[in-house]
Design a protein around this ligand. Structure first.
Ligand code: PLP
Ligand code: COI
Length: 361
C-alpha cells in the first residue's frame, strides 16, 4: 500500500469566495484546492504518491498521451449529509472499472486500495469543498495518462494517475425538466472488440460531433445505436438508458459495447427491491418507435453519476420526433430516482452497503 505525502495548498480559495461560488453550482467549472497524484514508471512501478496543491502539469510535446490518446478516467461523487458525514457511493466499483479500462488500454493497473486511498485522502483534505444539500456533491475525476516522451506506437513506459475534485450541481441546465435526446443515425460510438466498455477519453472525443449535432437539434444528449446494424439502442454520450412499459416492466440494453454504468447496476438492484421486472436485452430503435406509437412505452430515463437519473421526454431523429409517455418525468423514474438519491444523501437506509464514509481527519 502506498504512503501519501500530504502538502497543503499555501493559497487556498478564501472561504467567502467559495461560499459565493457554491450559490450557483454548475457542472465541472469550479475546482477544489488540491489534487492527488501518483506516478508509474516501468522500473519503479507506482511511486511518489501525493496530495498537493492543484496545479498544471508540464508535458513534453512528445508526451505519448498527446499523440496516441492512451488515457482513461472515472467519475464518482462525494455527498455530505445534514450531520456533516461525507460519503462516497460505491467507490470500489469505480476502482474495479478503472482497472478494467486500464487493461483494455494496455496501461498498468492501480491496486484498488491505492485508488481508494487517493480518493479518500483528497476528499479528507478538501472536505470543505463537499457541498451540502440542494442536489450538490463533490464530483471526483480520477484519471490516468501515458507520459513517455516517445513517438513509437506501443504502450508507454510512464504514466501519471491523478484525481481532481469539482463541486457540482445538476448536470443538465434545465434542472429537473425531462431531457431531449437526439438519435444519431450517422455516427456510432463503439463496435464489438472496440473500447466501448472502457472509460477512455477517446470514446468521448469520438462522440463530440454527434453530441454537437444533438445540440443543433435542441437536444441535451445523443443516443447511439450499435455500429454493425444501426438498429439496436446502446447508450447516451455520457449515460446509460432505461425504458419503462405500461405493464410496469423495464428494459435496458445489455452490457458488451456500452459502459457498464455503476448507476445502471444500482438501478437494476433498486428495481428488484421494488418488484420492478427488468430485462437486459437488445432493444431496437424500430421497436421503440412502435412502442411509443402504441402507448406501450410510458417512460424513459438516462442514468449516470453526473446526471443521476433524468427523465427523457422526447426523442428526435432524422425523420421526426416522438414524445415518450406524457412527455413529463414518470412515476417509475421518480421512484427510482428518489430511492437512489435517498441512499446517496443518507436520507434512506443504505441496505446494500453502498456508502463508504470518509473519516474525519
Ligand atoms: N455511459 C457513458 C458513456 C458514461 O460516460 C457514463 C458516465 O460515467 C455512464 C454510462 C454511466 O456510468 P456511471 O453510472 O458509472 O456513472
Ligand atoms: C459521469 O457521469 O461521471 C461521466 O463521466 C459522464 C460525463 C460527464 C462524461
Amino acid at each position: 500500500m502506498l504512503e501519501f505525502e500530504i502538502i497543503q495548498n499555501a493559497n487556498p480559495m478564501a472561504e467567502a469566495d467559495r461560499a459565493l461560488a457554491f450559490q450557483n453550482l454548475g457542472f465541472g467549472t469550479l475546482f477544489s484546492d488540491h489534487m492527488a497524484v501518483i506516478h508509474w514508471s516501468a522500473d519503479k512501478e507506482w511511486h511518489s504518491a501525493q496530495v498537493t496543491a492543484r496545479a498544471p502539469f508540464a508535458l513534453d510535446p512528445a508526451s505519448s498521451v498527446l499523440h496516441y490518446a492512451q488515457e482513461i478516467f472515472e467519475g464518482m461523487k462525494a455527498y455530505r449529509a445534514a450531520d456533516g458525514k461525507v460519503v462516497l457511493f460505491r467507490p470500489d466499483q469505480n476502482a474495479k472499472r478503472f482497472n478494467a479500462s486500464a487493461r483494455r488500454l494496455a496501461m498498468p493497473e492501480l491496486p484498488e486500495e491505492d485508488f481508494l486511498a487517493a480518493i479518500e485522502k483528497l476528499v479528507a483534505v478538501d472536505r470543505k469543498w463537499v457541498p451540502e444539500g440542494n442536489g450538490g456533491s463533490l464530483y471526483l475525476r480520477p484519471f490516468m495518462f501515458a507520459n513517455e516522451s516517445f513517438l513509437g506506437v506501443r504502450p508507454s513506459k510512464e504514466y501519471i494517475f491523478c484525481v481532481i475534485a469539482s463541486p457540482v450541481g445538476p448536470y443538465f441546465k434545465g434542472g429537473a425538466k425531462p431531457v431531449k435526446i437526439w438519435v444519431s443515425e450517422d455516427y456510432t460510438r463503439a463496435a464489438v472488440g472496440g473500447t466501448g466498455a472502457a472509460k477512455c477519453g477517446g470514446n468521448y472525443a469520438a462522440s463530440l460531433i454527434a453530441q454537437a449535432e444533438a445540440g443543433k437539434h435542441g437536444c441535451d444528449q445523443v443516443l447511439f445505436l450499435d455500429a454493425a446494424e444501426r438498429k439496436w439502442i446502446e447508450e447516451l454520450g455520457g449515460m446509460n438508458i432505461f425504458f419503462v412499459f405500461n405493464d410496469g416492466s423495464m428494459v435496458t440494453p445489455p452490457l458488451g459495447t456500452i459502459l457498464p454504468g455503476i448507476t445502471r447496476n444500482s438501478v437494476l438492484t433498486l428495481a428488484k427491491d421494488n418488484n420492478i421486472a427488468v430485462e437486459e436485452r437488445p432493444y431496437a430503435f424500430d421497436e421503440l418507435q412502435a412502442d411509443a406509437a402504441s402507448g406501450r412505452l410510458v417512460e424513459a430515463f438516462a442514468c449516470g453519476t453526473a446526471a443521476v437519473i433524468a427523465g427523457i421526454g422526447e426523442l428526435k431523429h432524422r425523420n421526426g420526433s416522438l414524445t415518450i409517455g406524457t412527455g413529463e418525468t414518470g412515476a417509475v423514474t421518480t421512484l427510482l430516482r428518489n430511492k437512489l438519491v435517498g441512499i446517496q444523501t443518507q436520507a434512506l437506509a443504505d441496505s446494500h452497503g453502498w456508502l463508504h464514509t470518509i473519516p474525519v481527519s
